[in-house]
Design a protein around this ligand. Sequence first.
Ligand code: FES
Ligand code: CO
Length: 325
Amino acid sequence: MIEATLWHPVADAQDVAQAPLAARLLQRDIVLWRDGEGRVQAFADQCPHRGARLSLGRVHEGRLECPYHGWRFAASGQCEHVPALPHFTPPATHCARRHAVHEAHGLVWVRLEAGDAAPPAFGPEDDARLRKLNCGPYDVAASAPRIIENFLDMSHFGFVHEGWLGTREATAIEDYRVEPLPTGLRATGCKAWQPQSNLHSTQAAQVEYTYEVTGPYTAVLTKVPEAGTTAVQDWREAIALFVCPLTPETSRVWFRLAVADFDTPDAKLRAFQHTIFTQDQPVLESQRPQRLPLDLRAELHTAADKASSAYRRFLKASGITFGVC
Ligand code: FES
Ligand code: CO
């Protein structure tokens, strides 16, 4: 399964602290914990001894201790101590199943199987002029690809986000460009008339977005600064959507906001994003099939949907099977 060789977000980095944390990815249970150096580790959440969940155990002196018979595992996965046989040196075969793991964008990312794909990029991450904060997670009863496709879709704004990102008075979608990228696609020149495009909007405005699909289940929206705006009003903003595929029909979702606004409290910035996403969520969860159909004949498409059609073609060409049908 190609998906298992890619990096996926599984938890907020700050939630992996003293105690082991259970997480789920691609229908597999994993346990996250921090070793003696503070590095996050990811193991299969199943003790190799008798199959107990390691996430029910504890971290002791930089080792993960199983809740059942107290076997202790080092960051390498090696079992170093079997309390029932204090003088026994466990051989190399006595080890927990380890997964590749790293921290980025305030999240823990896991790759279940060896692969060479890079973690999804988020350009604004290193831009000190932009403040970053996460919103989520949201547990959503929709497949990861349905959620990405919703993010790329502008023609729902006037209905799902009426009075916010759109209005029934201006629903037409101007032609935009879509080009393939090695990681997915880029859609540019995506314009919308928005009554309340962000927290600070005082009047409706024409906004222009660029969308980038940065991996099968990740995407980034960049708001193009309005021409002629001054430096102070240069309202740059980017939002990354990071989706963890839990099962083929359920997902965990985070947004990473990158905004030029350093004054507004986190909670207020999150509240805006929360409002928008909780407008999307019931519609997303109503879609049938929950998995995204990759046969373009299975649903109807118009020119306004060309970003989503391109996304479906990309998933098909990538050999993605999880969350699609
Ligand atoms: Fe984990 Fe026995 S099941 S130590
Ligand atoms: Co929406």
